[in-house]
Ligand binder design. Structure first.
Ligand code: 4AD
Ligand code: MG
Length: 502
């Protein structure tokens, strides 16, 4: 009797006969050998079936199996460094659970739109499998960090009666005839709980009606928001730094294989050690105006133009090769995938050629008082090989609850953390305005109704203390750690403008 095993445990079964239960990832045969690559959720394993008199029938059956057929494969485990997980199975039996025909995601080339429409199946592909496992570990790391540091979990409501961040990105829902909103943040609610428990956090989905399609914005995303009492901006920065370092190091320890599968440059993640860099907003503005940035962007533009020319030629060459007479089907498929990848990169490079002059303009004309835009953040982040905090923004471009700076009332004690390699803001936070009168002024300034925030104002009436916290977006963090260009693959079911299926 063969024992049942999973692929990730095969190292404990070398030389034994085991049964793997999973799905057929792909297969090929060459003469008397058939290679069944089986996945079982824990990994991939190449299973080798040799055609003999005894297995001839089995060989025929296995040959007819469609991609993603569910099956049980029995065989002897051999260590083999060339096999995907380091082990191979010498097959003695195959039992079919279901022979699946016509699985739509084939080894042929597919565009992202096609794959996003089939997200429920795309999960099974290796890259997607790796990404969601990294996400799992990021989420686990978040919970572990706060739980191990004495924070109390406070679940905050999703139905919110008023705006928590900007009023422009609210999703209104009908609440028994009353208009209410899907939560943009749990912050105001954790501030109240912080007064009871000192160190608290909330962690859940948040919603923003982002009306633009970007690589960094979802309409539904997960955010963790710690809040601490008796804290100033430096305490909040120290917490954010320690926390982000912890999460990155956990991924490096526990998801090295997955990150390698994704082609992530691990040295870049290894460099994420405390202390991170710190800049004030005013220093960031100076950098944007510098000649160094201008030269960097001009060089980017030249490089993008050269790459466009290179890719255009590459695509034409591969296209000619693919459509040439007598080309083998597998070769044509491989070329089609390469062409599709090259077209994706070409689209990115063309976009860069189009956008960089605009980014040069934006950086050069950046005015003190406006918020840093996505391209500005990218520029600042690229100049630092570790995450960088940008602090002390002008009050006018930030939320009402941020603490007015004691020395300069034009600025607030806030922090944004920009991830390196141009990934942009992953954390936004601040010390909070703890003075009732200043807070009342700010509500007025922002045109917010005092009545909506009565309960929040109570926190400044009864035992107010200096305090602060931040929010970290899970998906942007996963995109950065995995090295992905787009946020859409970092969440199981992405919700963005124009995407609500499946
Ligand atoms: O900077 P934000 O808007 O800060 C807050 O919501 C504060 N109330 C947090 C706090 O102080 N407790 O958002 C925080 C983070 C961003 O840095 C980003 O990582 C993520 O949430 N985020 C988004 N992620 C994906 N899609 C979007 N549309 C996002 N908007 C914000
Ligand atoms: Mg922000």
């Amino acid at each position: 009797m063969a024992t049942s095993a999973t692929i990730c445990e095969l190292s404990q079964h070398v030389g034994q006969t085991v049964t793997l239960r999973g799905w057929l990832y792909n297969s090929r045969s060459s003469g008397k050998l058939m290679f069944l690559v089986v996945r079982d959720g824990t990994g991939l394993c190449q299973c080798v079936l040799e055609k003999t008199d005894a297995t001839a029938g089995l060989f025929e059956t296995a040959r007819r199996l469609g991609q993603e057929s569910s099956l049980a494969v029995t065989g002897t485990v051999r260590a083999d460094p060339r096999s995907p997980g380091g082990h191979e199975l010498a097959v003695s039996d195959v039992v079919i659970v279901q022979n699946a025909a016509g699985y739509p995601i084939t080894p042929k080339a597919h565009g992202v739109e096609f794959l996003m429409q089939r997200r429920h199946l795309w999960f099974r592909s290796q890259r997607q499998w790796a990404i969601l496992r990294v996400r799992h570990t990021v989420v686990e790391g978040i919970r572990q960090y706060f739980n191990e540091h004495g924070f109390i979990l406070i679940d905050t409501p999703i139905f919110a009666p008023a705006a928590g961040e900007g009023a422009q990105t609210l999703f209104a829902v009908d609440y028994f005839g009353e208009p209410v909103y899907l939560a943009q943040t749990g912050q105001l609610y954790v501030e109240a709980a912080m007064m009871a428990h000192r160190k608290v956090y909330c962690f859940g989905p948040t919603f923003r009606a982002e009306k633009s399609k970007t690589r960094r914005h979802l309409t539904e995303f997960w955010m963790v928001e710690p809040e601490i009492a008796y804290a100033d901006i430096d305490d909040v920065i120290a917490l954010a730094e320690d926390f982000v370092e912890f999460v990155v190091r956990k991924c490096l320890r526990e998801r090295r294989t997955e990150l390698e599968m994704l082609g992530r440059d691990l040295a870049k993640l290894e460099a994420v050690r405390k202390p991170f860099y710190r800049l004030t907003y005013s220093q960031a503005a100076e950098i944007l105006h510098s000649d160094r940035v201008r030269q960097m962007l001009i060089a980017d533009l030249e490089q993008a133009k050269a790459r466009v020319a290179e890719l255009t030629k590459l695509i034409a060459d591969k296209e000619a090769e693919r459509t040439a007479a007598g080309v083998k089907e597998w070769k044509a498929d491989k070329l089609a995938q390469e062409i599709m990848d090259a077209r994706d990169e070409l689209a990115d490079q063309e976009e860069a050629v189009h956008n960089i002059p605009h980014h040069i303009e934006l950086a050069a004309n950046f005015e003190w008082g406006s918020d840093l835009g996505g391209s500005d953040e990218t520029i600042i982040a690229r100049l630092h090989e570790k995450p960088v905090f940008v602090t002390h923004y002008p009050r006018a471009c930030k939320a009402f609850y941020m603490k007015r700076n004691a020395d300069d009332p034009r600025i607030v004690n806030n922090l944004d953390l920009l991830a390196p390699e141009g990934y942009g803001e992953i954390i936004g936070g601040s010390q909070r305005e703890d003075d009732l009168n200043v807070l009342l002024e700010r509500l007025k300034e922002d045109g917010l109704k005092e009545a909506d925030y009565e309960w929040y104002l109570d926190l400044r009436r009864y035992g107010t203390v200096p305090h602060g916290g931040f929010g970290l977006g899970v998906e942007r963090t996963v995109a950065w750690i995995c090295g992905l260009k787009h946020i859409r693959e970092t969440i199981p079911y992405a919700r963005m403008m124009g995407r609500i299926y499946p």
